[in-house]
Design a protein around this ligand. Sequence first.
Ligand code: HEM
Length: 512
Amino acid sequence: MQALLTTLVCGLVVLTTLWIKTRLKNIPPGPPRLPILGNLHQFPSGSVISTFDKWHKKYGPIVGLSLGSQTLILLGNMEVAKELFGKRGRIYSSRPRMVMGNENLTQNKHTALLPYGPKWKIHNRIHNSILAAGKTQHYTELIEGESIRVLHHLMHTSEYNRCYTRFTSSIIFSLVYGKQLQGDEPEFHEMLQIAENFVAAIAGGTWLVDIFPFINRLPSFLNPWKRMGNRFHDRAMRLFESNATHAMGTKAWNFTKHVHAAEDTSGLTDREVLYMIGVLFEAGNDSTSTVLRFCTMAAILFPDAVKLAQAELDAVVGPSRLPSVDDLPQMPYVSAFINEVLRWRPITPGGVVHASSEDDIFMGYKIPRGSVLMFNHWSAHLDEKTYDDPLSFRPERWLENDNLPLHAFGYGRRVCPGQYVARKTLDVMIPRLLWAFDFEAGYENGVRAKIDPYNLQELGALLRPVPFPAIFKPRDEARRALIDKSFANRDANLDGILNRIETAISRGSEVK
Ligand code: HEM
């Protein structure tokens, strides 16, 4: 009996090894693999981005790895990402199976985790109905109004992190639920916590249930992953429902009303619709505010670039009015500064992973069906073949070459649908910050802090700077007075702003 068992186990091991070997034959080059384990033992436990970057430097722009039975393909420059996610998007636009993330925590309702298929297409169509470039042009008034609050707060508080989070959250919350956020509302904190818990749960390493998906079929009392998923999902659902109820009861236009009145949601349940709307807050608040944190870091570390941007702002705008997005075409250096922030520290260094749905051959290599593909934004944005002196923060590079690629928002069919809102938010806020303030490192225990541009936190798909103290010094009294006056006179009537958005959208007019 024991001999039979040993033969069976040995047979299974040999078959698995042969299967993996066949599957991995001719995949793109990568670090040497062990039988069965593949590259699991080399998989970084600390900084993923620096290990992947080393592999790209050694093996080229496309690196093949094996994690047990899973094939992982890293894409390290724009050309390969464009080819696979762009031209061959039909087969490279899905997501890998995520038992914990997709099936348990979000119960097949989170846009970013859905496989490519009919349900994702409905989410994407509806998201684009409100976030496309043509719609986003009408949100300038809302974003500019919120930006004045940021300038005013930064003159009175050193808590710029909270200030940026409130700013980006309030823009999305106003559009989606028709309510501006002051920063102390319970629903705001609950939304932030759900988003944070979601990122932490997805980032917290591989779940046992993802390695052995069959255990997810165990009954509830033996299945802590499902129980945790149910609790998490119900909590998010309750909040999305109560936010939507508030949104439907407001006087003015908002995204929730638009979806219910004007979009074809057949194919989704009512709860899926609420979730699809709620996802926008999760995806949109931390991302854009993190770019502002990196912008602040760059502004402290590179005062010469700030001076050049300020000289341009002074020439085009002067001290007696705030810059607006209409000024940007006359301010190439300031526009380049914004691009450079997005390039220098990509906030999603590995993008969001894709999965392939067919076997494919690329550059002579095999990419087996079901491979996981990661567009490595960090390596792509710091690639010395694409960018001269890539580690330096040099806005000038965008003026020297207007064909430089920038793909902070991903590529292909899964490209970020919020990219235009995000970019508009940065196009409003960054010039205003540069116009209003000089930037300095703050103090820690009475000593001037040393800001390290490599002091970064990798949390799942997100890259953030480790919080650092910063001082925002108004550049002169005239600017200080103008910010105070603009804050006092700002139009705080959100309903009016939202109604103007609705009118502009329904006319399809080109007003900003
Ligand atoms: C600077 C800010 C932002 C950056 C850098 C960013 C970046 C990204 C990236 C890299 C992806 C994955 C693309 C891929 O799979 O290839 C993504 C997905 C997504 N983003 Fe953004 N994003 C930002 C802001 C926003 C905003 C403001 C919203 C909503 C209002 C948003 C909504 C989404 C959604 C819903 C997805 C999932 C798309 C899908 O799976 O089909 N993002 N974003």
